[in-house]
Design a protein around this ligand. Structure first.
Ligand code: GLN
Length: 438
């Protein structure tokens, strides 16, 4: 069978190709000279599979797409508090290079605009690094996100430094407010190097997939940054990643995203996919014209808006029935799928309807593939309360999807690997909380 997704991507590229509106970034000669016809799109799944169409192996500079990743590095190198003390998380509704800071503190509004990103660059790596070591930390970190060793485009970097007056102005303002504590020129030099790291569309998709995969690179298996950092980064990408078009993007596309002036665009959908497109012509916000069209299409064709979630909770209770009769009757709550808070709440409601006379109750997890932490606690509390009101509780869990099945004080569950084994006392393992014998 031919794979389906590359054909889909090729068709999507064909549809946007005729749109030649917008202009490549003109503020430095190297970017203005980019071939504006280049076009590519890649998907990286969180198991490491990559699909692509068009120019997915052409290198270009990462530019602002470096911002969320270096923010992730700073948060993981320094911790949240020192970073949040210097850079906020509020959407600015302004252009990426606006010279604006919070009026009282001088803090940049968020890490996605240049003022925030320049500050964040200064916070990458442990405290006290020399500027060159910091740039090396950034390059190393971006490479870990991509899963291969990246390098810099020296020509773009030199050319950008020659035209960096606006970023220098921002950095001097930041220095004036003591948000930056080093020589502003040195920080802007490092930030500009960060922006001139060369990536392909394939790399960007993999970097996005690392965010979608809770910070673990799907190919190398390296945990690049901790999970709480990823949540912070994706949240900021969602609210601020597309600058002054962030609100339109959040409603129409609904995928945490980041654009760069060289024409790259990434999106990361948690738990599912990292996506990237490349097309150098930009709209008035500095976002790739064809890239935005492609993402709008991906989102609606594949239902990828983060606010569109499957109605999984109701389906958690697959059936609720009684096997046998009399004192040996067994009430079985057969559960299925992945259980989170709302799914566990359905189980609570079902459990409240169990008549006291039905002594034996089985929670059958045979068809459950995951139980998150809150669902685990709620289900074990169900087991504990059923024990307290005189029930015998069995947990049917052949694949051990329930970690540590200890109910709290006075609770008691008997673990079996099949509903039919409930009657065979020798096949039980009993887990009891304080106050209950095992
Ligand atoms: N290097 C560019 C700048 O700082 C990055 C901007 C962008 O990609 N939006 O101006």
């Amino acid at each position: 069978m031919r794979p389906i997704i590359p054909d889909y991507l090729a068709e999507a590229l064909r549809d946007v190709e005729p749109d030649t509106s917008g202009e490549p970034a003109g503020y430095i000669p190297e970017l203005a000279a980019a071939n504006p016809e280049r076009l590519g799109a890649a998907f990286a799944m969180i198991d490491g599979e990559v699909y692509g169409a068009g120019d997915i192996d052409t290198e270009f500079t990462i530019q602002s797409i470096s911002k969320p990743f270096v923010y992730a590095l700073a948060l993981s190198d320094r911790g949240f508090d020192p970073v949040l003390a210097k850079v906020g998380v509020e959407p600015s509704g302004e252009a990426f290079n606006e010279i604006s800071l919070e009026s009282d503190t001088g803090r940049p509004l968020n890490p996605m605009i240049n003022a925030g990103a320049i500050t964040v660059h200064s916070l990458a790596g442990t405290e006290g690094l020399k500027p060159r070591e910091r740039v090396e930390r950034v390059l190393h970190g971006l490479s870990a996100f991509a899963g291969r060793r990246l390098k810099m485009d020296e020509a773009v970097c030199v050319s950008e430094m020659e035209h960096a007056h606006r970023n220098l102005a921002i950095a001097h303002m930041l220095r004036n407010h003591n948000v930056l504590t080093e020589d502003p020129r040195v920080i802007v030099d490092g930030y500009t190097r960060q922006c001139s790291v060369l990536v392909t569309t394939r790399d960007l998709a993999m970097m996005a997939a690392t965010l979608a995969n809770r910070g673990k690179n799907p190919l190398s298996g390296e945990q690049v940054v901790p999970e709480p950092v990823v949540r912070q980064v994706l949240s900021v990408m969602f609210s601020c990643g597309m600058y002054d078009a962030a609100g339109d993007w959040a409603t129409q596309v609904g995928i945490p995203a980041k654009s760069g002036v060289a024409g790259g665009l990434i999106g990361a959908l948690p738990g599912q996919i990292g996506m990237a497109t490349f097309s150098p012509r930009l709209d008035g916000h500095g976002n790739s014209v064809r890239g935005v069209s492609l993402f709008e299409r991906f989102s609606s064709d594949m239902g990828l808006h983060v606010m569109e979630v499957p109605a999984a909770a109701r389906a958690v209770v697959r059936s609720h029935h009684v096997v046998g009769s009399g004192p040996n009757a067994l009430r079985v709550l057969q559960l299925q799928g992945g259980i989170g808070f709302a799914g566990a709440e359905r189980v609570v409601q079902e459990a409240m309807d169990i008549p006291p006379a039905d002594v034996r109750v089985a929670l059958d997890l045979t068809r459950v593939y995951s139980i998150d932490d809150v669902a685990r606690r709620v289900l074990l509390e169900v087991a504990r309360r059923l024990t307290l009101s005189g029930h015998e509780v069995y947990l049917v869990d052949p694949e051990s999807v329930m970690p540590d099945p200890y109910p709290g004080d006075d609770g008691r569950v008997m673990l079996v690997d099949h509903v039919d084994h409930v009657d065979r006392a020798d096949l039980h393992a009993t887990f009891a909380g304080e106050g209950q014998g095992g």
